[in-house]
Design a protein around this ligand. Structure first.
Ligand code: UTP
Length: 309
């Protein structure tokens, strides 16, 4: 039954302004974390959870995402003809039995609007939404989407949303769950409050980049009035689902599947370091390098880029 949910919408159309200038002419979703671009981890995680159709919502300047998932025969031939077959393993993801679809969000009017751009392709089937700038679990070793799909089918609800417990000081940055009763691993949502001050936050459970929806979400998105900057927020559409009496469930990410959101430099740098340290070939040497550098108080480690030479 859960295999019937085999399509994911992956919104990758945002401007990525918080990562300028890195994102001036390349998508933030293509920034490298360790050895791979962020969006490759997202696709691998989804494939691991039975998703076979990836529908990207793209925009101007995002062509490199499409190229990344193409089969590059000339590169394969080049590696073979120059005796570097061992590198072909790094391109194995190209040959996965996955179908890729691309549609455009012609104006960046928010995440909810990006999901709405997929409506005529999704039509009347349940589907997953996975944000293209967030990885779940180190090296995307998470089956959260599989668990969410199972719950969605078993409970016959209209939405299942992933949540991660965040520290108090970060609550104001996220959509925060108001569970109906109790904050177990799975809970019914009474509401989702967008970016509340900690004094008004009903929990510390923050929306975490993975969703399963019935097609009813599209009607809610159509009925959601645009907010600041004309943007349509996905969280507002989920609130509307709940208000109209449709059941929505929350699922907590487990302790071994942290969410890595690379949308700002602080978390991008941290994510890169975590993944590089977990690299099977280079992780140990990097750990030693960092330990030596930090213990020696090497001035290059703490010098600001604006310090004069
Ligand atoms: P963000 O909320 O981080 O927005 O998007 P953003 O525009 O990319 O980044 P900033 O705030 O300017 O730095 C979360 C995910 O939703 C997609 C993004 O590409 C990202 O993967 N998104 C966001 C869209 O596809 N369309 C939008 O209009 C907004």
């Amino acid at each position: 039954m859960t295999d019937s949910i085999d399509i994911a919408v992956i919104p990758v159309a945002g401007h990525g302004t918080r990562l300028l200038p890195a994102t001036k002419s390349q998508p933030k979703e293509m920034l490298s974390v360790g050895r791979k671009p962020v969006v490759q981890y997202v696709v691998e995680e989804l494939a691991h959870s039975g998703i076979r159709r990836m529908l990207f919502v793209t925009s101007r300047g995002k062509h490199s995402i499409e190229s990344h998932f193409d089969i590059d025969e000339s590169l394969t031939h080049y590696l073979r003809s120059t005796g570097r077959e061992e590198l072909l393993a790094d391109l194995a993801f190209e040959r996965e039995s996955i179908e890729y679809f691309y549609t455009r969000q012609r104006r960046q009017l928010g995440l909810g609007h990006a999901v709405l751009c997929a409506e005529s392709l999704i039509r009347d089937q349940p589907f997953v939404v996975a944000l293209g700038d967030s990885i779940i679990g180190v090296h995307a070793q998470s089956d959260i989407v599989e668990r969410m799909k199972r719950l969605f089918c078993r409970e016959q609800v209209d939405a299942v949303v992933a949540f991660e417990e965040v520290p108090e000081e970060e609550v104001y940055r996220y959509g925060i769950a108001q569970p109906k009763d109790g904050e177990g691993d799975v809970f019914e949502l009474a509401d989702v409050i967008e970016k509340p001050p900690i004094s008004e936050a009903p929990s510390r459970l923050a929306v975490a980049a993975r969703y399963v929806f019935s097609p009813r979400i599209f009607a809610m998105l159509h009925a959601t009035p645009p907010g600041k900057g004309g943007e349509i927020q996905l969280t507002d559409a989920i609130r509307l689902l709940i208000r109209r009496g449709h059941r929505c469930l929350g699922v907590r990410l487990g302790p071994h599947e942290p969410r890595f959101d690379i949308g700002n430099f602080e978390s991008y740098f941290q994510t890169f370091v975590d993944f590089a340290l977990a690299d099977p070939q280079y992780g140990t040497a990097l750990r030693e390098y960092l330990a030596t550098k930090l213990s020696s108080g090497d001035s290059r480690a703490s010098r600001s880029p604006t310090d004069s030479e």
